[in-house]
Ligand binder design. Structure first.
Ligand code: PXG
Length: 477
C-alpha cells in the first residue's frame, strides 16, 4: 500500500438541506488514489487512469458539484435513478432513524420487520391492481436473476417442466450478473462472458430509426418485430418457452420507444402461447414516463415486474420483483421457494424506499411529470431539435428522451462511426457542465423527476450548444 487513507470523522446526522461538502483532498490527490486502487465499472482503466476521473463531491436538487467547484446539471438522475432529486432530508432521516432502531434483521426464518411490511403494502397500493406481492433484493441485476428463479418455479408448480426457455431482445439491458448479462442483448458483454446462463435466446429489437427497411411505417415495423416473438415460439415449440422479458422502452440501449402497436402484440402472443410476460421496469418504473410504471404507458399487463433504481431514488441500493396475483398464488400454494439474499428486504433500504415512495406520492411528483414537466420537456426538445441538421429522431415520454444523431436525418442515414460521434457530443456536454449519456450515436436524457421548467430550459439549451458544436466539428451545418 503506497497511500495513507484518511479517516473521515465529521459525518453528521441528516442535515442535508444545503450541500456542505468540505474537500478533504485536492482533485489531483483524489485522482491519484482512485487510479491506484479503484477499478471502475464498464471502463477501460488504462485510458481512464491516464485522463483521470471527474470527482463528484456533493449534490443538491438536479445539480452535482465536482471537486474543482464546477456545478453540473444532471441530465441523467445519476444513473437513471435519483427520481426525487438529491439532498432530500426525508430519506436521510428515514435511514438514520432505522439504523438506530433496527439496522439489520433477516426475513428468512419466520421473521419480518415493520419497514419491509410497510413498503410491501405501499407498493401494492401504488402498483396496478394485480400486483400485490413483492420479493426484495439489492439491485436490478439481482431482480432479473430472481425473475428467472420465479419463472422456473412457476412452471414447476404448473407441472410444465419443459417450459425452460426465456426469450429476450438484442440490445436490451437487464444487468450485469451472469444471468442479467445473458438476458441482456449487449453483444460486447456476451463476448466477455464465455460462460452464460442456459436456455436464453434473443430476438431483434424494435429500433425503427436504425433497423427498419423499406417503406414500413413505425407501427408496421413494430408489429413485424413483435411477430418475431411468435415465429421464435413456434420454432422452439410453445411447450418449451417459459417467458419473454423486455424493458417497456430500452434505456441503456438508447431510449428506444417502440410504436404503440408493439406491446399489445407482444402481450397477445404471450397469452396465446402461455408464455409469462416480464416487464423490466428498472428504469421505467416510479414515474419516469409520467405513469407509475412504464408498462402502463404502453398499455399492457405483465406477469412479473423488475424494480430497482427509482424504488429508493438511488439513495441506498434496493431491487425488487413484483408478482402478478396468479404467479404469486402459484408460489404461495406450492411449498418452498428456494431463493433469498442476506439483505432481502433490508430494513434501512426498505425505510428509505418507503420515504421515497411517499415523497413521489404525496408531492404528486408522478402526476406533475405526466401533466406538466413531462409534456414541457418533450415539447421543448421537439421545438429545439425538430429541424436540426444532425438530429434524426426525438424519442421519449415524460422525463426520458433519446436524441438520435444522424448524418442525414431525412433518409435515416446514421454515422458510420456512430459511437465516436456520441462520445464527441457527450464530451461537449460535460465541458458545458451538462451530464448527458451517449449510447452509440443516441444522446440520452433522464433527469430527476423534480426538475423545474427553468432547469429543463437549461438542460435543453446546453444540449443544443453541445449538439451544435458536434455538428460544427463534423463539418455539417
Ligand atoms: N434492468 C434494466 C432495464 C437496467 O437499466 C438493470 C436491469 C440492472 O440494474 P443494476 O442495479 O444491477 O445495475 C438496469 C441497470 C447505463 C447503465 O449506462 C444502465 C444501467 C446500469 C448501469 C449503467 O445506461 N441499468
Amino acid at each position: 500500500m503506497s497511500y495513507r487513507t484518511e479517516e473521515v470523522t465529521d459525518v453528521q446526522p441528516a442535515q442535508a438541506s444545503q450541500p456542505t461538502h468540505r474537500a478533504r483532498r485536492s482533485t489531483a490527490e483524489y485522482r491519484t488514489l482512485d487510479a491506484a486502487h479503484h477499478i471502475h465499472p464498464f471502463s477501460d482503466m488504462g485510458a481512464l487512469n491516464r485522463s483521470g476521473s471527474r470527482v463528484i463531491v456533493k449534490a443538491q436538487g438536479v445539480y452535482v458539484w465536482d471537486s474543482d467547484g464546477n456545478r453540473i446539471i444532471d441530465g441523467m438522475a445519476g444513473l437513471w435513478c435519483v427520481n426525487v432529486g438529491y439532498g432530500r432530508k426525508e430519506l436521510a432521516d428515514a435511514a438514520y432513524r432505522q439504523m438506530q432502531e433496527l439496522p439489520y434483521y433477516n426475513t428468512f426464518f419466520k421473521t419480518t420487520h415493520p419497514p419491509v411490511i410497510e413498503l410491501s403494502a405501499l407498493l401494492a397500493e401504488l402498483a396496478p391492481e394485480p400486483f400485490n406481492h413483492f420479493f426484495y433484493c439489492n439491485s436490478g441485476s439481482e431482480g432479473n436473476d430472481t425473475v428467472l428463479r420465479i419463472v422456473h418455479q412457476y412452471w414447476a408448480t404448473q407441472r410444465k417442466h419443459s417450459k425452460k426457455f426465456v426469450i429476450s431482445r438484442k440490445n436490451g439491458y437487464h444487468g450485469s450478473t451472469i444471468a442479467g448479462g445473458t438476458l441482456g442483448g449487449m453483444s460486447y458483454m456476451h463476448e466477455q462472458m464465455p460462460s452464460k446462463v442456459e436456455n436464453i435466446v434473443h430476438i431483434d429489437q424494435p429500433y425503427f430509426f436504425g433497423e427498419a427497411q423499406g417503406n414500413l411505417t413505425p407501427e408496421e415495423f413494430a408489429l413485424a418485430r413483435a411477430r418475431q416473438l411468435e415465429t421464435r415460439i413456434l420454432e422452439m415449440g410453445a411447450e418449451n418457452v417459459a417467458a419473454f422479458i423486455g424493458e417497456p422502452f430500452q434505456g441503456a440501449g438508447g431510449v428506444i420507444f417502440p410504436a404503440s402497436t408493439y406491446w399489445p402484440e407482444i402481450q397477445r402472443i404471450c397469452r396465446k402461447y402461455d408464455v409469462l410476460l416480464v416487464a423490466d421496469e428498472v428504469i421505467g418504473g416510479f414515474g419516469r414516463t409520467g405513469e407509475w410504471f412504464a408498462h402502463q404507458h404502453f398499455g399492457f399487463e405483465p406477469d412479473l415486474i423488475t424494480l430497482a433504481k427509482g424504488l429508493t431514488s438511488g439513495y441506498v441500493p434496493m431491487g425488487a420483483v413484483g408478482l402478478h396475483d396468479r404467479v404469486a398464488q402459484a408460489l404461495i400454494d406450492h411449498g418452498e421457494f428456494n431463493h433469498g439474499l442476506t439483505y432481502s428486504g433490508h430494513p434501512v433500504a426498505a425505510a428509505v424506499a418507503l420515504a421515497n415512495l411517499k415523497l413521489l406520492r404525496d408531492e404528486k411528483i408522478v402526476e406533475c411529470v405526466k401533466t406538466d414537466t413531462g409534456p414541457y420537456f418533450q415539447k421543448t426538445l421537439r421545438d429545439t431539435f425538430a429541424n436540426h441538421p444532425i438530429v434524426g429522431e426525438i424519442a421519449g415520454a415524460g422525463l426520458v428522451a433519446g436524441l438520435q444523431l444522424a448524418q442525414e436525418p431525412a433518409t435515416r442515414k446514421r454515422f458510420a462511426n456512430g459511437g465516436e460521434v456520441g462520445t464527441l457530443c457527450r464530451d461537449f456536454c460535460f465541458n458545458g457542465n451538462l451530464i448527458m449519456r451517449a449510447t452509440g450515436d443516441r444522446m440520452l436524457l433522464s433527469p430527476p423527476l423534480v426538475i423545474s421548467k427553468p432547469e429543463i430550459d437549461e438542460i435543453v439549451s446546453k444540449a443544443k450548444t453541445a449538439i451544435d458544436a458536434t455538428a460544427r466539428q463534423l463539418g455539417i451545418s
